[in-house]
Design a binder for this molecule. Structure first.
Ligand code: IPM
Ligand code: MN
Length: 389
């Protein structure tokens, strides 16, 4: 005789089965989720136009993460001028510790018109660079088709090189002091400190980068061996010694003043330029101009074994703050570099492709207020090209 199950038993069985199926599906989901990479990203929008351009970079990040199926978690930090004016804090130790635990940092801009120059720059930007040992400042100088360069007759194929700037030493270390301040006998000392280890690791990074880069395979050392005869003696010796490890890479040297001429007259000569902190700071502003301005120039503060930080090169541009007129492409480009650094190469390439379309077909100029679109509309255009088949 068939045993008839009572309604309660059937219900129980159905519930059990449903539960098992749900449970199995959940396990599959979890497994799939685990296989996807997850990045912890610290976001420091900072001052002035920083927050506006970072918002566009994050919009683009969201779009590529959906397309290329990676996940991220954002942690916002309110470092900058406003926080300093309220609390007199630049970068509290606890925040520094939190930053050390992230995968990467995405930065807008640091610099506030009501805060004396140096306080925020040294207290936040340079402290992060030094404390996280981001010993490379990587700054690509690349002219995209459709972008205007002030260099007459130069084309995208002529302007495509990268500056590897030492980022933790030299004059930036802050060694020195003021003596007898405010008296006629006052002395100001500002020392530049170069260590063999610091110089060598920077030069080695430049050669390694050059080996990977699909260009001319040439590294140019930019220095001032005719005047800074101690510092650049060390740089030059280290340069030639490291070069021996890299067969097939051509080496060259240019004084910093001369390189400013050549970057204008013959930018096509360059592939990778390696230089110290101060010279790197100066020549990369020149570089930014020949690639179309600060609206497009981005850079990465790299610690190859630690936490790196990516930022647009333009500052906080206080006079444009909140107007929605500055180009977000530099910040979007910084996002691209950040993804490349994280190993999301496809996503990075997609962003670059979209930026190239926007500068070619849409924006009239990269100058603030002359784009023909608002900051946020330019971000939308980049997203549109990312989502297009
Ligand atoms: C840069 C900036 C910084 C620098 C300033 C803001 C301290 O000019 O990132 O190039 O000099 O490094
Ligand atoms: Mn600079």
């Amino acid at each position: 005789m068939l045993k008839q199950a009572c309604p309660e038993e059937i219900l129980k069985q159905v519930q059990n089965d449903t539960f098992r199926v749900q449970h199995d599906m959940l396990r599959l989901d979890i497994r799939e989720e685990r296989m996807r990479k997850m990045y912890n990203i610290a976001v420091i929008p900072g001052d002035g136009t920083g927050p506006e351009v970072v918002a566009e970079g994050l919009k683009v990040l969201k779009a590529v993460s959906e397309k290329f199926k990676f996940k991220y978690h954002l942690e916002h930090f309110d470092l900058g001028g406003e926080r300093y004016l309220e609390t007199r804090e630049t970068l509290p130790d606890s925040v520094l510790e939190e930053l050390k635990g992230m995968d990467v940092i995405y930065l807008g801009a640091i610099g506030h018109p009501e805060v004396r120059p140096g306080i925020l720059e040294k207290g936040i930007l340079l402290t992060i660079r030094f404390q996280l040992d981001q010993y490379i400042n990587l700054r690509p100088i690349k002219l995209y088709p459709g972008v205007e360069t002030p260099l007459k007759d130069k084309k995208p194929e002529d302007i495509d090189f990268i500056v590897v700037r030492e980022n933790t030493e030299g004059a930036y270390l802050g060694a020195g002091g003021l003596f007898k301040k405010g008296t006629p006998d006052e002395i100001a000392i500002q020392e530049a400190i170069h260590t063999r280890k610091g110089v060598e690791r920077c030069i080695r990074f430049a050669f390694e980068y050059c080996r990977k880069r699909n260009r001319k395979k040439k590294v140019t050392l930019c220095g001032k061996t005719n005047v800074l005869t101690y510092a650049f003696d060390l740089w030059e010796r280290a340069f030639h010694e490291v070069a021996k490890e890299f067969e097939g890479i051509e080496t060259d040297y240019a004084h910093v003043d001369a390189i400013c001429m050549w970057m204008v007259k013959n930018p096509e000569w360059f592939d990778v330029i390696v230089t110290d902190n101060m010279f790197g700071d100066i020549i990369t502003d020149l570089g930014a101009m020949i690639q179309g301005g600060l609206g497009i120039a981005a850079g990465g503060n790299i610690n190859p074994n630690g936490v790196s930080m990516f930022e647009p090169m333009g500052g906080s541009a206080p006079k444009y703050t909140g107007k929605g007129v500055v180009s977000p492409l530099a910040a979007i480009s910084a996002c691209q570099m950040m993804l490349e650094h994280l190993g999301e190469e496809e996503a990075a390439r997609k962003i670059e492709g979209a930026i190239m379309k926007v500068v070619r077909h849409d924006v009239k100029s990269l100058t603030a207020g002359k784009m023909g679109y608002t900051t946020s509309e330019v971000g939308d255009l980049v997203v549109k090209y990312i989502n297009k088949k």
